[in-house]
Design a protein around this ligand. Sequence first.
Ligand SMILES: [Fe+2]
Length: 304
Amino acid sequence: MPLHRLTQIVMGVPNVEQTAAYYTEFGLIPTAVEAEAVGRHTFATVDGGEQLTIVHSDLRRLVRLGVGVDDSDDLDRVAAGLAALDVAIERADGSVTGVELADRVAQQPTPAPAYNAPGVTARNNERAPGVLREQPVRPRKLGHVVLGSTDREASQKFFTHGLGFKVSDEVSDIAAFMRCSTDHHNVLVQQSPVAFLHHTSWQVNDVDEVGRGASAMLAADPSRHTWGLGRHYIGSNFFWYLKDPAGNFSEYYSDLDCIVDDALWKPGVWEGARSLWAWGPTPPVSFLAPEDLGALMTGSHQAS
Ligand SMILES: [Fe+2]
């Protein structure tokens, strides 16, 4: 697959400083101190380099999403794909409409901790590593981004026919989980009354890191809690969602399905509870329809 990863997301928010402080607590690594004076903050993950930029916007919104490719032939293919859809192309040196030449993410193998199970004592005479860890949780990479679209089909076509994403699973007539890497999904587009950024999702080592990361965020401010701990059915990942001060959700995840051989994966079309989760608490209404959707709709109408 010539596309190989998400490179970076640029989020626009009305409250840049507050939101930047939140993502620092979330475990991202601030990288551009000199840029703070102009209200622009950048953050790195452990393995993905600089992956989040926060800039000012009157309404919270997705400003840019970057997708990495290996070489310029891939850019030509993306340009042709977008042209076939009659999408205006922004071509610059090394990029086409957000698709850019980028190194692949090289992750050090991080084996799952030894778990005891019935009839299997894999960890002898030791406490579980998950209870002994004290270091702050550090996301390894940006895993996926979820977008609301007023025309899901057109947005899905943009990503698949235009850019070259593959569909991993769908929720009938509502959403498509798409990948640009071996991760089960890197972009999810869902039908919505207004275009908006629903959440960003950040990979951590294992389920203990999902729990430790979220617990630390909630110890500082319990009102950040949105939904978790649980396990999704689609993608299989453990999840815990929190809300940033601008109203975007941010997710810690681990153990996402990986699709290394397209021929061996059977995309499904799912409905009902399964489309949301396998186990965990019932999702709050405010996760499915964020409380500021009405304000975003009004604001976007005023802006247009
Ligand atoms: Fe997610």
